[in-house]
Every structure is written in structure tokens, then in C-alpha cells.
Ligand binder design. Structure first.
Ligand code: MG
Length: 291
């Protein structure tokens, strides 16, 4: 697909000046036209761990009818099934334009008469054993091994191994109490960094530690999109709620994608409306909406 122009059939009331009013030089349009709009999931398209709402599903469906869209998150595929495909977006006629990238793009899904996994860059059996052994050693020698557990502590997500100090199904109240200042996990991380220096150890969620191959972040996902879809990075546009330095979306911007920070899913909805109306210059217009 190339050279998208806003589809008059889905035109909305403009919240801002039209493209024609703002950019007289139409010759440059085809160079500026974005071919792929990339979204973070939690805090951007949906509240954390929640499904996207009906209005968001409709807006994303409209966007998919004119341009390719990708959603990239640190979460695994079941989280996408619940948060993205559990909404009415799954009824869209344009799902072929949607790419889903769980665990920052170490997995890649596209719709071809059903959702198909293009690849999954899983740990080898030896790598998994090394990581699990290190986690068990650190856990058994730490001073704050949890007295009570709710479910499994170590979860194998294929390309990521996640340690949940209180177990996968611990109640949120218990989780919030356990390590609110990250102090316990920082100690665990320091030990893991010594034991398994060839892997990346990240602090995530409220009680969890994620272990991946090194260099797995949203920049990695952006490069995967570039290679898999054949779309130049300057033809992409990224929308996320954590573009501050050290934020989980920041690597996407560092990878060279024109990016915009939103505060919450409602702000993202306004940004999507402005992208639909101004696909050739989304940043300038979206920046007026997201303030
Ligand atoms: Mg987010």
C-alpha cells in the first residue's frame, strides 16, 4: 500500500486546521506520507491490562482502512488477545493491515484468515535452564523470600522469562505492599546481573523481574517492523505514553521514529482523529491535540 490520502468516507469534524490550509506545498506530500502508525498498548490504547474500549476500537478500525497499524508491547500474546482482540476491533474488515508485536517484537503476528505467528525468537532449552537456575539460586538465598505464594513464581514466555515474587496470581493489594520502592528487586537484579550477565534483567510490573536477550526494547521492535514490513523508519509514526528518557517507549523514538507522547487513551483517540485527517503530517497536527 502506498500514498494514502485521508478517506472522505471517514472524515470527522476537524479539530484543527485542515492540511490544505497549513501546507501549500503539495509536491512534498508523498515523501511525508506515513505508511505505518505504531502504538504502545498499556496506557496508550487501553488502561493497564484492560481491553481497549468501543470508541478506541472504532477509531483504530477507521485508521486501519487507510494505513498500516502496529501495536507493540512488553506484554505477551495472551495479553494482546485479551486487550486488543477481545474488543470489537477483531470485527474490522482491514485486519490484514494490523501487525501485533508481543514482548517488544520478539514475536510477530499478522492476520491471514486468522491470526498467524510469523516468528517467535524463543530462548533455547540451555538458555532457559541457565536463567531458571539463576532465579532459583537468587530466590533461595535472598532475605525476603515470600512466605505465601499465589501460583507459579517463574513463567516461561518463550522469548522472555518472568519472575513474579509472590506468584502469577497474587492479589494486587499484596503485590503493591511487597516492593513499592523497588528496593528488593534492585537487590535481586544486582545478583542476577552477576550470575547471568549475558542476559538483560528488567524490573517490571509491581513484583516482577523480566529476563530477555540483551537489547530487547521497542527500538528492537521498530527494527523488526522495518525488516518484516519493508517500511522505512521515517515513514513510521509512534504514539506512546512513556516517551520520557528511561520510559519504555523512549527506545522507539531513539530508533528514529517521529513520536508523540500522550497522557492517556482518551488523548490517543484525539491523536488518531488528527492522524486520519492529516496522514502526511501527523506530528504537527497531533502535537496540537496532545498537550
Ligand atoms: Mg505504556
Amino acid at each position: 500500500m502506498a500514498g494514502f490520502l485521508p478517506n472522505p468516507g471517514i472524515h470527522r469534524e476537524p479539530q484543527i486546521q485542515s492540511h490544505q490550509q497549513r501546507t501549500p506545498n503539495h509536491a512534498s506530500q508523498s515523501d511525508l506520507m506515513k505508511k505505518l502508525i505504531v502504538f504502545d498498548l498499556d496506557g496508550t490504547l487501553a488502561e493497564s491490562k484492560s481491553p481497549i474500549d468501543a470508541e478506541m476500537a472504532t477509531l483504530l478500525g477507521d485508521l486501519l482502512s487507510i494505513v498500516k497499524v502496529a501495536i507493540i508491547s512488553g506484554g505477551d500474546w495472551p495479553q494482546f488477545e485479551k486487550q486488543v482482540l477481545g474488543s470489537s476491533l477483531s470485527q474490522s474488515k482491514h485486519l490484514e493491515n494490523l501487525s501485533l508485536l508481543p514482548t517488544c517484537g520478539t514475536k510477530f503476528y499478522q492476520y491471514r484468515l486468522g491470526w498467524k505467528q510469523l516468528y517467535s525468537e524463543d530462548f533455547s532449552r540451555e538458555e532457559k535452564k541457565t536463567i531458571v537456575d539463576a532465579l532459583q539460586e537468587v530466590r533461595s538465598t535472598s532475605d525476603f523470600k515470600a512466605a505465601k505464594l499465589w501460583g507459579e513464581v517463574i513463567e516461561d514466555r518463550g522469548s522472555q522469562i518472568t519472575f513474579s515474587a509472590l506468584g502469577q496470581r497474587a492479589p494486587i493489594e499484596e503485590k503493591k505492599k511487597w516492593d513499592p520502592d523497588f528496593a528488593k528487586r534492585k537487590i535481586l537484579k544486582a545478583k542476577l546481573d552477576q550470575l547471568i550477565p549475558v542476559f538483560s534483567v528488567h524490573l517490571g510490573g509491581t513484583t516482577s523481574i523480566d529476563i530477555t536477550k540483551p537489547g530487547i526494547d521497542k527500538a528492537y521492535g521498530i527494527r523488526k517492523l522495518h525488516r518484516t514490513l519493508g517500511i522505512a523508519i521515517h515513514r513510521m509514526f509512534f504514539v506512546g505514553d512513556a516517551l520520557i528518557p528511561d520510559g519504555t517507549d523512549y527506545p522507539a523514538e531513539k530508533a528514529g521514529v517521529l513520536s508523540i507522547q500522550v497522557k492517556n487513551p482518551n488523548e490517543t483517540k484525539r491523536v488518531i482523529e488528527s492522524i486520519i485527517d492529516n496522514l502526511d503530517e501527523p506530528f504537527e497536527f497531533a502535537a496540537e491535540v496532545a498537550q
